[in-house]
Write a protein that binds this ligand. Structure first.
Ligand SMILES: NC(=O)c1ccc[n+]([C@@H]2O[C@H](COP(=O)([O-])OP(=O)(O)OC[C@H]3O[C@@H](n4cnc5c(N)ncnc54)[C@H](OP(=O)(O)O)[C@@H]3O)[C@@H](O)[C@H]2O)c1
Length: 312
């Protein structure tokens, strides 16, 4: 048996370490010894209603113990970052080679563990906007895990980046990420003077999305990947189609990786981390036995950035 994070309705935030059977790797999967994991809001929220014994976890970084038997992917001993649809929070995992990328030497396991869901979502959302050189991009929820990566990557791509945060104390975080303008306000109205926007990357939804969608430029794209604020989306459809060529794209990472495997994006993000042009927004680090309290802090919005747990 080995240790893994399992759903336990009696544990803090329903998450605890438990004993599970080790993984059996398929021919196209490598066995990875996990060193660090990171938490995302979606999986932590999901654990609150999941059945006892369920195995959450999407983000992992570690060392390949056994290469895929079909001869593809990284060799044994390679440091890697990986993405799984479930069960990544374990001592050992079987990961399809198309969801693994090798880590350049300077990148730590903790830094790498922040990349899969947050980094890939930011990268693939931004790519829905095409070439971003000198384009105007709005990133809402810029203090969040995805938002922080999106601001950095949009800046690196040469865009003029407007970041929306809802609180004054989040301004510095968005500015450090590279935003040219940081706008404070929960309903998104204050971003109006900096538009129109060629691309909007939104993880907040609700009233804010209804307001900012009216600020799209002709042929602009709004990529909606989250609904953190909840609530219904209402917007003026006439204004939307009269803009001309504007589009609203519903983004789900698990759908995107079917056509653009995680390995591709993870490789590029890891290279940017190694070059020092991308920063992993690690807010808190702890041992993975702290999974329950750390999940609680994440749900309480006790920190800004990513929580990384070391698997010891
Ligand atoms: N579709 C996908 O494939 C995909 C992938 C990744 C994430 N997601 C979803 O996208 C959302 C963001 O993910 P994340 O990991 O970046 O979460 P996160 O780190 O919790 O960030 C959430 C962001 O939204 C802001 N926010 C929270 N409540 C708000 C409200 N009522 N009004 C305005 N802004 C609000 C937060 O601001 P504060 O800093 O002030 O709290 C923060 O900037 C989550 O719902 C997540 O489940 C979806």
């Amino acid at each position: 048996m080995m240790k893994a994070v399992v759903v336990d309705p009696n544990a803090p935030e329903h998450l605890a370490l438990g004993d599970v059977a080790p993984p059996q790797a398929a021919p196209s999967e490598a066995l990875v010894r996990v060193k660090a994991i990171s938490l995302n809001r979606g999986e932590v929220r999901g654990a609150q209603s999941a059945q006892a014994g369920a195995r959450p976890g999407w983000d992992l970084a570690g060392v390949v113990e056994q290469a895929a038997v079909n001869g593809t992917g990284p060799k044994a001993g390679t440091r890697v970052v990986g993405f799984l649809p479930t069960g990544a929070w374990a001592e050992q995992v079987a990961v399809p080679v198309n969801a693994l990328a090798e880590l350049p030497e300077p990148v730590t396991f903790a830094q790498a563990a922040t990349l899969p869901v947050a980094g890939l979502t930011a990268l693939y959302c931004l790519e829905k906007g095409g070439g971003l050189l000198s384009r105007t991009v709005l990133v809402t929820g810029a203090s969040g895990g995805v938002g922080h990566f999106a601001v950095q990557l949009a800046w690196l791509a040469g865009a003029r980046v407007i970041a929306q945060v809802r609180r004054e104390d989040r301004v510095a975080v968005a500015r450090e990420a590279g935003a040219h303008e940081v706008v404070v306000g929960e309903d998104g109205m204050a971003v109006s003077p900096f538009g129109p926007y060629d691309l909007i990357v939104d993880g907040v939804g609700g009233v804010l999305l209804g307001n900012v969608i009216a600020l799209l430029a002709p042929d602009g794209t709004c990529v909606a990947y989250g609904s953190t604020a909840g609530g219904q989306l209402t917007f003026d459809l006439r204004h939307f189609f009269l803009t001309g060529g504007a589009s609203l794209y519903g983004f789900i990472l698990f759908h995107e990786v079917r056509s653009r495997p995680a390995a591709h994006g993870l490789h590029r993000l890891a290279q940017l981390l190694a070059a020092g042009t991308l920063r992993a927004p690690i807010a808190v680090e702890a041992g993975w036995e702290e999974i329950g309290p750390m999940a609680q802090r994440l749900l309480d919005r006790d920190f800004t950035g990513k929580a990384v747990l070391h698997v010891t």
